[in-house]
Write a protein that binds this ligand. Structure first.
Ligand SMILES: Nc1nc2c(c(=O)[nH]1)N[C@@H](CNc1ccc(C(=O)N[C@@H](CCC(=O)N[C@@H](CCC(=O)N[C@@H](CCC(=O)O)C(=O)O)C(=O)O)C(=O)O)cc1)CN2
Ligand code: MET
Ligand SMILES: [Zn+2]
Length: 779
C-alpha cells in the first residue's frame, strides 16, 4: 500500500511565494532572481513531502499563478489580444493573461468547482493553432530527478476538464477542439514515458459533475488515444470533490489507475466499489484524508473504511492519499502559537494530513503497531474536542428552535417597497455606487500591525480608521458617486473580520490559503456554536454617514459566505451552522437600522460557490442558502433598502433563485465574463434593482469612459433603465488609490454620458459608430 499526494500548496509556510511574486511585479527583483527563488520554493516542497514519507510525490503542480493558465500557455493558447507570435511565452505575456495589461483586458477568472480558488479560464476557438511549446510536467519531472534524485509523479489537467472549463466556443465545436488538443497531450505523455516516468496523474475533476452519459464515450475515446500513445506510462485518472458520476463506465476506461474521493461522498464511492467491484488490473488511489477541511481524521474510522475497500481491492493495488490537492489547506499547524492547546491538538493542515496518510499506509504495510502512541494521541484528541463544553451554547440552540416556523419575509412585496424607497431616496436614474472596500494600502495594514504588536492602543487605531473614512467620503463626493460606502478599512478580510467579533470562531496566525494569483486569505475556524456578542460594524457606518448627506451603505458579509470561506466544524450539518451565523447577522442588521443606516448591503459572493456539483443536490442547497439571506434581512422596514453583491461565478442559470433572496438591489460581476450574463435577462424577468459590474477590478488597468458607456448601453438593451445601477465588478481593496480614483471618475462620467444620451442630448455609442437606430437603448 503506497502513500501518494495530489498537489501541494504553493504559497510557502511564510507566504514566500506570494511575496516573491509581488516583488517581481513591483519591479523590485529581476527575472533571474525571481526564477531562482521560485525554484528553491518548488524544490523545498518536494523535499518536504519526501521527508514526511510520501511515496508518490506530485511534480508539475507548482505554478507562478494558476495551473489552468499554465496548461493553456504550455499549448500556446494565448488569446490574440496579447500579441504573442509563437515560441516560448515570456513571463510578461503570461502575467498579462492573468492580470491584464495596459491595452489588453485579462482572461476571465472564475471559481474552481465549489472552492474559493479561482482559475484563469483558457480561451479557445477554432482559429487557434495550438502546439506544445513547453512540456511543463516533463520539466518538473526532470528537475526533481536531477536536483533531488526524486522520481516524481507528474500532474496535469486532463483534456476533457481543460476544454470544459475553457471559454469562447460552443458545444458543437467540442469534438474539433478535442481533436486539436489530443495530439499535444499524446506528445506530453510520450516525452514523459521516454524520460522514464512511471506514473502520470491526469486530473479530470469534471467527472464528478453531472455529465451526460454520452460524454463518457468521448472520454473513453480520449483515454484510448492517450493510453496507446504512451503504453509504458501508467495513467492515474484522478477525480475529486465528489463521487464519480458514471462509476461503472469510469472503471472500464483504458487507464492503469483511478483516483476517487472517499471523504466528500463517503458513501457513494465506497458503495459503488462494493456494489460494482473494481477491475483487477487497476490501482485504486483512495482519497482517504479530507483535502478541504482542517480537522484531524478519525484514524479508527479510516482504518475501518480502508479494510472495507481492501476487501474488494487488495492492499498491493491500493494507494492512500488526500481527497484532493492540498492547495485548499494551510501548510502546517507547527507555526501556530495562539490557538488553544485543545484546538491545536484537534487540527491537521497540509503537512499533518500527509503524516496521517503515511501513518495509515505504514499501518497497513505492518510497519507499525496497531495501537501505537500516534494512534492513541489521535483518538484522545477527538474525544477531548467532542466533549469540550465551550462548543455548545444552549441560548443559541433555543433561538434556532424558534426560527423553525418563521417564513423570513419582508413586510411588503418588492413593488411596494420600491415605491416607498423611491420617495425616500432621491437618486438619479442609473445611480452610481461601489461594492464596499477601497484600497487596503500598506499604510492601512501597517496601522493594524501596530495595534497587534501593541505599538498603538485601540483609540489610536480607531482614529486612524476614522481619518481614512473621512478621506474617502470626501473622495467619493468629489468623484460624484450617488451612494457611498465607508471603505472597509477596519477589516483584514470580509470573513475574518466578522469571525473575530462573533462567538464560536478561532483564528490562525499563518493559516493562509491561496484564493487567486498571489492573493491569500486566512479562513477562520468555526469550532463552536456561533453567537452574536457585540455590534460589529455600527461605529464605522454611523461615523461615515455623519460626514455626508448622501446615503452610505452599511456593509456586512452574508451567512453563506462566512460559512463557505471558513473551516467549519464537522459534527453539525453546514446548514445549521449557517443558521446560527444568520441569526447573529440579523441582530447586526437591526442595530444598524436603529442607528439610522437605511441602506444595508449583505454580501454573498460565495453563495453560488457552495453549490453542490451534482444537479440533483443543487435545489435543496439553494433553498436553504437563500433562506439564510432572508433570515438576516427580512425584519427591516420597507424603506430600508437591502443590497447584496455576488461575484466570480456563472450566474446565468440562477437568476431565478437569486431573485428569491428578495434583495432590493443586487450588484454582480460581469465584466471579466464579457457580459455573458446579459442575454439571460432577455428570457428571465428580474424586476429588482441590479448593477452589472461595468469594469474589472482585478486588473490595474483604468477603463475608458467610452468603454464603460458601451457596457452600460449593452446592458440597457435588456434591462430597464429604472432598475439599473452602475458599479464596478467587486470591491476595490486590492487596487491602488490612484487607479481607483481614475477608474471611478470614468465610471461616473460614463453614467452621466449615458443619462444624457437617454435624454436625447447625446448620440449613443451605437449611434456614434454606425449612425444606427438606438430605440432599444431608450427602453
Ligand atoms: N476570504 C475571502 N475570499 C475571497 C475574497 C475575499 O475578499 N476574502 N474575495 C474574492 C477574491 N479573493 C481575494 C482573496 C484575498 C484578497 C486579499 O486581498 N488578501 C490579502 C490578505 C488580506 C489580509 O488578511 N490582510 C491582513 C494583513 C495580513 C498580512 O499580510 N500581514 C503582514 C504584515 C502587514 C504588512 O506589512 O502588510 C504579515 O503578516 O506579513 C490585514 O489587512 O491586516 C493578501 O493576499 O494580501 C483579495 C481577494 C473571492 N474570495
Ligand atoms: C468578494 S466580494 C467583496 C465585497 C466587499 N464588500 C468588498 O467590497 O470588498
Ligand atoms: Zn465581489
Amino acid at each position: 500500500m503506497k502513500s501518494s499526494n495530489l498537489g501541494y500548496p504553493r504559497i510557502g509556510e511564510k507566504r514566500e511565494w506570494k511575496k516573491t511574486l509581488e516583488s517581481f511585479w513591483a519591479g523590485q527583483i529581476e527575472e533571474t532572481d525571481f526564477l531562482a527563488i521560485m525554484e528553491s520554493i518548488r524544490l523545498a516542497h518536494i523535499r518536504k513531502q519526501k521527508e514526511i514519507g510520501i511515496d508518490l510525490i506530485p511534480v508539475g503542480d507548482f505554478t507562478f499563478y494558476d495551473h489552468m493558465l499554465d496548461t493553456a500557455v504550455m499549448f500556446g493558447l494565448v488569446p490574440e489580444r496579447f500579441h504573442h507570435t509563437g515560441g516560448e511565452v515570456p513571463l510578461s505575456v503570461y502575467f498579462s493573461m492573468a492580470r491584464g495589461s495596459k491595452d489588453a483586458p485579462a482572461c476571465e477568472m472564475t471559481k474552481w468547482f465549489n472552492t474559493n480558488y479561482h482559475y484563469i479560464a483558457p480561451e479557445l476557438n477554432s482559429r487557434l493553432r495550438p502546439r506544445l511549446i513547453e512540456n511543463k510536467p516533463l520539466k518538473a519531472f526532470q528537475e526533481a530527478k536531477a536536483k533531488l534524485g526524486i522520481k516524481g509523479k507528474p500532474v496535469l489537467i486532463g483534456p476533457y476538464t481543460f476544454i470544459k472549463l475553457s471559454k469562447g466556443f460552443d458545444s458543437k465545436q467540442l469534438p474539433a477542439l478535442i481533436l486539436l488538443l489530443l495530439p499535444l497531450y499524446e506528445q506530453v505523455l510520450q516525452e514523459l514515458e521516454k524520460e522514464g516516468a512511471e506514473w502520470v496523474q491526469i486530473d479530470e475533476p469534471i467527472l464528478v459533475t453531472s455529465l451526460a452519459k454520452e460524454e463518457m464515450a468521448t472520454i473513453a475515446f480520449i483515454y484510448q488515444k492517450l493510453n496507446k500513445a504512451a503504453p509504458r506510462l501508467n495513467i492515474m485518472l484522478q477525480t475529486y470533490f465528489e463521487a464519480a458520476e458514471w462509476y461503472e463506465e469510469l472503471i472500464e476506461l483504458p487507464v492503469q489507475g483511478i483516483g476517487l474521493d472517499f471523504t466528500c461522498s463517503l458513501e457513494e464511492n465506497s458503495e459503488n466499489i462494493l456494489k460494482f467491484g473494481f477491475p483487477s488490473d487497476k490501482i485504486l488511489a483512495a482519497g482517504m484524508i479530507d483535502g478541504r477541511n482542517i480537522w484531524r481524521a478519525d484514524l479508527a474510522e479510516k482504518r475501518k473504511l480502508i479494510e472495507t475497500i481492501a476487501a474488494v481491492v487488495p492492499e498491493d493495488r491500493l494507494w492512500l492519499q488526500p481527497s484532493s490537492s492540498l492547495i485548499h489547506l494551510p501548510i502546517t499547524i507547527k507555526n501556530e502559537i495562539n490557538l488553544s492547546p485543545l484546538l491545536k491538538h484537534s487540527l491537521a493542515f497540509a503537512d499533518e494530513k500527509l503524516e496521517e496518510i503515511v501513518y495509515l499506509a505504514k499501518l497497513f504495510r505492518g510497519e507499525i503497531d496497531q495501537e501505537d502512541r500516534y494512534y492513541q494521541d489521535n483518538q484522545q484528541a477527538l474525544r477531548l474536542l467532542k466533549n469540550d463544553a465551550s462548543r455548545y451554547n444552549h441560548h443559541v440552540q433555543k433561538e434556532q428552535e424558534k426560527l423553525k416556523n418563521e417564513r423570513a419575509e419582508r413586510k411588503s412585496p418588492y413593488l411596494v417597497r420600491k415605491k416607498r424607497q423611491k420617495e425616500v431616496w432621491e437618486l438619479p436614474i442609473l445611480p452610481t455606487t461601489t461594492i464596499g472596500s477601497f484600497s487596503q494600502t500598506a499604510e492601512v495594514r501597517k496601522a493594524r500591525q501596530k495595534l497587534k504588536k501593541g505599538e498603538w492602543i485601540q483609540p489610536q487605531y480607531e482614529q486612524f480608521i476614522q481619518q481614512e473614512i473621512r478621506k474617502w467620503i470626501a473622495i467619493q463626493e468629489e468623484i460624484g458617486l450617488d451612494v457611498l460606502v465607508h471603505g472597509e478599512f477596519e477589516r483584514t478580510d470580509m470573513v475574518e473580520f466578522f469571525g473575530e467579533k462573533l462567538g464560536g470562531f478561532a483564528f490562525t496566525e499563518n493559516g493562509w490559503v491561496q484564493s487567486y494569483g498571489s492573493r491569500c486569505f486566512r479562513p477562520p475556524i468555526i469550532y463552536g456554536d456561533v453567537e452574536f456578542l457585540q455590534p460589529m460594524t455600527v461605529k464605522e457606518s454611523v461615523y461615515a454617514q455623519s460626514l455626508t448627506s448622501k446615503p452610505v451603505k452599511g456593509m456586512l458579509t452574508g451567512p453563506v459566505t462566512i460559512l463557505n470561506w471558513s473551516f467549519v466544524r464537522d459534527d453539525r450539518p453546514r446548514q445549521e451552522v449557517a443558521e446560527q451565523i444568520a441569526l447573529a447577522l440579523r441582530k447586526e442588521v437591526e442595530i444598524l437600522e436603529a442607528a439610522g443606516i437605511s441602506m444595508i448591503q449583505v454580501d454573498e459572493p460565495a453563495l453560488l460557490e457552495g453549490l453542490p456539483l451534482k444537479e440533483e443536490k443543487k435545489q435543496e442547497y439553494l433553498e436553504w442558502a437563500v433562506r439564510m439571506f432572508r433570515i438576516v434581512t427580512s425584519t427591516v422596514e420597507d424603506t430600508t433598502q437591502i443590497h447584496t453583491h455576488m461575484c466570480y461565478c456563472d450566474f446565468s442559470a440562477y437568476m431565478h433563485d437569486i431573485s428569491k433572496m428578495d434583495a432590493d438591489v443586487i450588484s454582480i460581476e460581469t465584466s471579466r465574463s464579457h457580459g455573458e450574463i446579459i442575454p439571460v435577462f432577455e428570457k428571465e424577468t428580474y424586476d429588482k434593482g441590479i448593477g452589472l459590474g461595468v469594469y474589472d477590478i482585478h486588473s490595474p488597468r483604468v477603463p475608458s469612459v467610452e468603454e464603460i458607456a458601451a457596457i452600460i448601453e449593452q446592458s440597457l438593451q435588456v434591462l430597464d433603465v429604472e432598475q439599473f445601477w452602475i458599479n464596478p465588478d467587486c470591491g476595490l481593496k486590492t487596487r491602488g488609490e490612484e487607479e481607483t480614483i481614475a477608474s471611478l471618475k470614468n465610471m461616473v462620467a460614463a453614467a452621466r454620458l449615458v443619462r444624457k444620451r437617454l435624454d436625447g442630448k447625446e448620440p449613443t455609442v451605437a449611434e456614434g459608430r454606425e449612425r444606427n437606430d438606438s430605440t432599444k437603448a431608450r427602453k
